[in-house]
Design a protein around this ligand. Structure first.
Ligand code: HEM
Length: 435
């Protein structure tokens, strides 16, 4: 493979955009655990796939990287005070502040609200109808995260414009991340206008939420109250409304689209494999506790279609040595859960749906960083447990009341690897009420 990527590395940029999965897999297969390629004229990129090296990058040497400035810059266009892109002490104090809201024990308090939202939402479904499942699941998980973050019980009226605004902003983020540089937002471009309007929709919504809470002066015990009450340990200063709005935005985005996609892909796989769906339905109907097949189906879904299919790229700020390789200061590291989950040396028939991979002591078969849907190290996903419980509850309720079917047997769904791994061109499924 031509790793220099043609003239000024531009061919690689084009290939990565056109089919990132095939391009990255080709690199991993031809070059092994650390693959080099040029990303445009200025960026030296290293795709790391050897699990032990990934551990070194994300855990042992994690202070030798930062989130790539190109991404941080692109993200800052929308929200600067965003835990996903903060670094150093500010990141540490935000992580410390937000962690309790996502603890195992705290998540147990959210189970009822997740169940209620799902029941209310899916009760509107009519038997035999076809639904745009990605849109349905996005609205449902948006409602759930809205209530968890700021106690809003009824976001459904605003869900459509908010969802559209987030789509525009994330689409822009992906364009900026894959371009040679980030265009300044004051340029009089059509895209800048659309972006400004989308941002305005979100900012207005979140500003209202914050102001409404400020007038109450009560601790609701949710994430918004934690952000309002937080004081800097040294200066005693509180966060500004703008910072709180940015942080709510980032949690709102991180906290719903990924989970929605997880459930979407699971429903798609179950519609494609009706025998597994029947078996799972039977287990759900007969169970009063753990449902092992549900757990395995969800794990296998995350393996095949990890919603966060690529970690945010990291800039190397100090040389990193892995095996016989040096990843030099200044270069950029790429790690992709999708690629890890499809490496043929670890996974038998990686493109086949096989929940039995996760039977018994599966961790002994698949070492860390071969399976890594939530990332790893200190910057591992903050909401992994919340997402897991939410996906289980949503799926359990849907499968109890409905059978989920492909619209036609030849229905084909492709992958769109943008900010997240979405079904392309969408995911229409038919639901049939179980009597
Ligand atoms: C299926 C669902 C989810 C998946 C697959 C997922 C995946 C990930 C991954 C891979 C990362 C690491 C990114 C990197 O290292 O570059 C991450 C970070 C993060 N996730 Fe999730 N996530 C999910 C759900 C959630 C939920 C429900 C929340 C709750 C708000 C959440 C909040 C976060 C936050 C705040 C970070 C940044 C942590 C930090 O940098 O300290 N995620 N997620």
């Amino acid at each position: 493979m031509n790793t220099t990527g043609g003239f000024l590395g531009l061919a690689n940029l084009a290939k990565l955009r056109a089919n990132p999965f095939a391009f990255l897999m080709g690199l991993a297969e031809s070059q092994g655990g650390v693959a080099y390629f040029k990303f445009g004229p200025f960026v030296d990129l290293y795709l790391v796939t050897e699990p032990e090296y990934i551990r070194e990058v994300l855990v042992k040497d994690w202070t030798k990287t930062i989130k790539w400035e190109r991404l941080t810059q692109a993200s800052n266009r929308v929200a600067k005070f965003n835990i996903v892109f903060l670094e150093g002490e500010i990141w540490r104090s935000q992580r410390h502040l937000l962690t309790p809201a996502f603890h195992t024990k705290r998540v147990q308090d959210y189970l009822n609200l997740m169940g209620n939202h799902t029941l209310r939402f899916t009760q509107r479904w009519e038997s035999g109808q076809v639904y745009d499942i990605r849109q349905e699941m996005t609205r449902l998980t948006m409602g759930i995260i809205g209530e968890i973050l700021f106690g809003y019980q009824d976001i459904h009226r605003e869900a459509a414009p908010l969802s559209r605004a987030i789509d525009i902003l994330l689409g822009q983020f992906v364009l900026d991340a894959g371009s040679l540089f980030v265009l300044p937002k004051w340029l009089p471009l059509e895209r800048s206008k659309r972006e400004r309007q989308a941002k305005e929709t979100l900012v207005t919504y979140l500003r209202d939420v914050i102001q409404c809470r400020r007038t109450e002066d009560l601790d609701h015990g949710d994430v918004l109250s934690a952000l309002i009450l937080a004081k800097d340990a040294e200066t005693g200063e509180s966060l500004t409304d703008e910072q709180i709005g940015d942080e709510l935005y980032s949690l709102f985005v991180a906290g719903h689209e990924t989970t929605a996609l997880w459930v979407c892909w699971a429903l798609y796989l179950l519609a494609k494999h009706p025998e597994t769906q029947t078996q799972l339905h039977d287990e759900i109907s007969n169970s009063s506790g753990d449902i092992p097949l549900l757990d395995r189906v969800l794990k296998e879904t995350l393996r095949m279609y990890p919603p966060a299919w690529s970690l945010f790229m990291r800039r190397v700020v100090e040389d990193i040595h892995v095996g016989r390789h040096t990843i030099p200061k200044g270069s950029v590291i790429y790690i992709s859960p999708y690629i890890q989950h499809h490496l043929a040396q670890f996974w038998n028939a990686p493109d086949s749906f096989d929940p039995s991979r996760f039977e018994g002591d599966w961790r002994a078969k698949y070492p860390p960083y071969v399976y890594m849907p939530f990332g790893g190290g200190p910057r591992v996903c903050l909401g992994a447990y919340l997402a897991e419980m939410e996906a289980k509850i949503i799926l359990q309720i849907i499968l109890t009341h409905y059978e989920v079917l492909l619209v036609d047997p030849g229905q084909s769904v492709l992958m769109d690897g943008g900010f997240t791994l979405r079904p392309y061109p969408g995911l229409d499924l038919r639901v049939r009420e179980r009597l």
